[in-house]
Design a protein around this ligand. Structure first.
Ligand code: PDD
Length: 286
């Protein structure tokens, strides 16, 4: 039986009922986080916690218990007997239930909070062999820095990418590569690791931040400078990053090979260093 967190309580998932007036349901008016549990500890819980607080504050949603997020996540792992398994905790906060109107409810209503934990099998084929990605115009809004639950363009584009045999959809805005439908993207050009700078056009990924740390620790020069689609022919390596898959090599853009079409040596080096960083969290927040 799945035990979930809902509005301050841990309860069987079947017992949850959400109001049809919930603004998450009516307007996708809410934010979320996904944190990875490495069979005994969370990876960079602090990073996820502060991003959750930032997303809430950008949308002016006040969740009084936000400081208890790490404890709730740990409790979800424990109550679902996942302590020794690889798992993900998903958590979302919406503005709450109020009669439908475009203005925010005044006075504010209690936010709706919902979280669950699930085990998963870390994907390995894509990591070993790399994936091809589809390139597509970035049809999303201009506040991609907020981890909002409004993900329709992301799901539509990812669905299109997978139906065409690609492993991710990568967005292009005004000629520049921004990020993926659920990942950030890095490129190696001229031995330099490049990724889009933090801005309103990308989500500031927790994996992205730690990959930058890992690359720097390996002595690789990192530039937070967007890559133009015309520069893709100069790319020798590319990879995407996210919480669930860590680092996945990209071996083709559409039908064109990325570099020599194989996972590259810097990608492997960075991934090994990233793994060391992950392991440094063991025992810190279990
Ligand atoms: N998505 N960019 C977007 C649009 C994302 O949705 C994600 C993560 C990332 C990578 O962020 P992080 O490294 O913090 O996971 C970048 C999560 C995994 C999801 O929606 O399930």
């Amino acid at each position: 039986m799945d035990i979930v967190f809902f509005n301050g309580e841990f309860l069987p998932k079947e017992k949850v009922s959400v109001s049809p007036d919930d603004r998450g349901f009516l307007f996708a008016d809410g934010v979320y986080e996904v944190v990875r549990w490495y069979s005994g500890f969370f990876f960079d819980m602090e990073g996820h916690h502060s991003r959750l607080k930032r997303s809430l504050s950008e949308l002016r949603i006040k969740w009084n218990d936000v400081e208890s997020f790490p404890d709730i996540a740990s409790e979800l792992i424990r109550l679902n007997s996942l302590v020794e398994k690889p798992a993900l905790v998903y958590f979302q906060v919406t503005r709450g239930a109020a009669p439908r109107t475009h203005t925010f409810p005044s006075p504010p209503v209690n936010p709706t909070t919902y979280g669950f934990a699930k085990t998963f099998i870390p994907e390995s084929a894509g990591k070993e062999n790399g994936i091809s990605v589809m390139l597509k115009n970035d049809i999303r809004w201009a506040r991609c820095d907020i981890k909002s639950i409004a993900l329709l363009p992301n799901t539509m584009c990812f669905e299109e990418a997978t139906s065409k045999g690609h492993g991710e959809c990568i967005f292009i805005r005004n000629g520049y590569i921004t990020e993926g439908s659920h990942s950030n993207i890095f490129f190696v050009t001229g031995g330099i690791l490049r990724t889009h700078p933090e801005s309103e056009h990308i989500l500031s990924g927790i994996t992205r931040k730690n990959v930058i740390k890992a690359a720097s620790a390996c002595g690789i020069k990192v530039e937070e400078r967007a890559v133009h689609e015309d520069e893709l022919k100069e790319v020798t390596e590319a990879f995407i990053t996210n919480t669930s898959a860590e680092i996945t090599p990209v071996t083709a853009f559409g039908g064109t090979p990325a570099g020599n079409g194989k996972p590259g040596p810097l990608t492997k080096l960075i991934h090994n260093k990233f793994r060391e960083i992950v392991l440094s969290y063991a025992g810190k927040n279990s």
